[in-house]
Design a protein around this ligand. Structure first.
Ligand SMILES: Cc1cc2nc3c(=O)[nH]c(=O)nc-3n(C[C@H](O)[C@H](O)[C@H](O)COP(=O)(O)OP(=O)(O)OC[C@H]3O[C@@H](n4cnc5c(N)ncnc54)[C@H](O)[C@@H]3O)c2cc1C
Length: 544
């Protein structure tokens, strides 16, 4: 591993020296602890509070915070420019980082795709994404990401990561939802095997990666960012850096931030609970500007509830409570007044891309009768699930535990059962439920959904008791939407002026449109933006 030797003269002359033993313990040459600095992170209107002196100080050229999809690429990208790179993650080791369990990523024009008989140009994908998002992307960032996505994918392939390319025997039309499948790669290993490959790539590149290190806040000297206050094993560690890449994976693990940016909603976190918005909070403390588009890559496997155990529906054999699956199988869905608010057919078919109506509803309910229960139990789930990937994954899976799971859900309080719709309405205080069901049952009889135009096969009359109502909340893999940046992934302020030394990538950055439109783009954009951020940070560090 490369030794970190860069010392800031200013810090050295102003700092109180760490003992030689302390320096040796962290493998550093003689750098001094900086003087106590101002933290603007908690600054109110008065003077910024002073940070207590750190127990240790580390020095580096580029500091990468977070070693998930974006941080890995940031570290590799910076190291390839020949600067010293220190990358930290709060996880105890690489296996604990988020990107060890992900399924796949979107990229354009990497070496695997170029070897196919058909491949797509950046321009085609750029045009489609813009068209499908109604031009909601930050165009300069989107273009930079798509350009970089072949290099970020090649980084993983060159590191020996097994990935499956989508084989294209014929050219297919690109659409928003299919783009991820057409330009996507599936990771072909996970867990320890994937972690070992990522770690070997970092080691080979000379990145000093340290785990169990949690970044807490930026450290300032006056208005200048000089580093980041971290904690490790209860010690306060200041990491001084010439440039910093914020790659902490968004804010799905932070209920307050979710409520703030998702219009008061609650979202069941399916991702890494450690992603609490640390990178975003740090960027905002340096006057970075939050973007305006927020969404989710939402649960394509079914519903979710904070009181359910486990909290969300997931893969076959994962111990999911199958009652959560009912939410996306095509029966009536209502909001907290008991009114329909979404086409159940669209929710069924576009589960991963259909987060917006559910975020707006905050809490929602599926109502089924005994006939519907018998119907979904009578056939493989693949026949009732709508998402193409789910249809394949659940092609032979029968929903065998549903009766027991409903009982468990009743005990946990997120399902109610009754012989009348009035009983269900009373259970969750849904004043309009009875009239909604009456109207909906009328649509089922005529086969014409006058409200949301569901096809007849998505109209399931609610008439045969006992009736069940399943309460659910939006659930997501990651938050989409973060701090604004320019095409070099440098954080910008409210006037779009770059914030000195700060780069941002992945779910911390404002890269995405809302809603989420292309499967695999979360991971692909995180990787490519990370690579750009790392390279940009290294370029700055070289001239600092
Ligand atoms: C199980 C799962 C499967 C997924 N599958 C896919 C998929 O197939 N395709 C897809 O496009 N997306 C998928 N996603 C979404 C996924 O989150 C993104 O693709 C991608 O990981 C986002 O990259 P990122 O770098 O922004 O954040 P992450 O990969 O989440 O990395 C952030 C890292 O920062 C660390 N961290 C957070 N706070 C701190 C702190 N204060 N100090 C130090 N370290 C910190 C975390 O431990 C984490 O390792 C999946 C998510 C999950 C949870």
């Amino acid at each position: 591993m490369r030794e970190i030797t860069t010392c800031s003269r200013r810090n050295f002359v102003r700092g109180a020296a760490l003992g030689a033993a302390g320096l040796a313990a962290v493998g550093l040459t003689a750098c001094a602890q900086p003087a106590a600095k101002d933290s603007m992170a908690d600054a109110g209107e008065g003077a910024a509070p002073e940070l207590a002196p750190a127990d240790e100080t580390w020095e580096t050229d580029v500091l990468v915070i977070g070693l998930g999809a974006s941080g890995l690429q940031a570290a590799l990208g910076a190291a390839a420019q020949g600067v010293g790179v220190l990358a930290v993650d709060q996880a105890p080791d690489m296996v604990g980082t988020t990107n060890i369990t992900t399924s796949g990523y979107l990229c354009v024009g990497d070496k695997l795709q170029m070897a196919q008989p058909y491949h797509y140009e950046v321009r085609e994908v750029f045009d489609k994404l813009n068209e499908y998002s109604n031009y909601c992307f930050n165009t300069q960032v989107l273009k930079a990401i798509l350009d970089a996505s072949s290099r970020s994918s090649n980084n993983l392939i060159d590191a020996g990561l097994p990935v499956k390319v989508v084989e294209l025997p014929e050219r297919k039309e690109l659409t928003g939802p299919t783009l991820g499948q057409i330009c996507g790669h599936a990771y072909d290993c996970k867990g320890q095997e994937r972690a070992d490959i990522f770690q070997a790539a970092l080691d080979k590149a000379g990145v000093d990666s340290r785990y169990g290190v949690t970044a807490e806040q930026l450290v300032f000297d006056g208005d200048e960012i000089v580093g980041v206050r971290c904690t490790q094993d209860g010690k306060a560690v200041d990491v001084n850096a010439k440039a910093i890449c914020l790659c902490t994976g968004g804010f799905l693990g932070n209920e307050d931030m979710v409520a703030q940016y998702f219009a008061g909603s609650r979202v069941v976190p399916m991702g890494n609970p450690a992603c609490k918005g640390a990178g975003i909070t740090m960027a905002l403390s340096a006057k970075g500007q939050m973007g305006k588009a927020f969404s989710l890559s939402s649960n394509e496997y079914g519903g979710a509830n904070f009181d359910a155990s486990p909290m969300f529906a997931f893969r076959p054999g994962s111990g999911s409570n199958e009652a959560l699956r009912l939410v996306l199988l095509g029966s009536i869905i209502v909001d907290s007044q008991g009114n329909r608010f979404v086409s159940e057919e669209i929710a069924n078919k576009e589960a991963m891309h259909c987060a917006e109506p559910f975020i707006r509803a905050k809490t929602y309910y599926t109502v089924v009768d005994q006939d519907f229960i018998d119907y979904v139990k009578s056939k493989p789930l693949g026949e009732t699930m709508g998402d193409g990937r789910m249809k394949k994954m659940f092609a032979d899976v029968m929903i065998e535990t549903l009766d027991d799971d409903l009982e468990a859900a009743l005990a946990e309080g997120w399902v109610a059962k009754g012989d009348t719709i009035a009983e269900l309405a009373a259970a969750y205080d849904l004043p309009d439920l009875e009239s909604t069901i009456e109207t909906y049952n009328g649509y089922c009889e005529t086969g014409v959904d006058e409200q949301f135009y569901n096809a007849p096969e998505f109209l399931h009359k609610v008439a045969t008791p006992p009736f069940y109502i399943v309460q659910s909340f939006p659930a997501g893999w990651l938050t989409l939407g973060g701090v604004k940046c320019d095409a070099s992934c440098q954080v910008v302020d409210a006037d779009n002026k770059p914030v000195e030394k700060l780069f941002i990538a992945g779910a911390d950055a404002d890269l995405f449109c809302a809603p989420y439109i292309a499967g695999g783009s979360a991971n692909g954009f995180a990787q490519a933006s990370g690579l750009i951020a790392g390279e940009s940070a290294a370029a700055l560090a070289k001239v600092s």
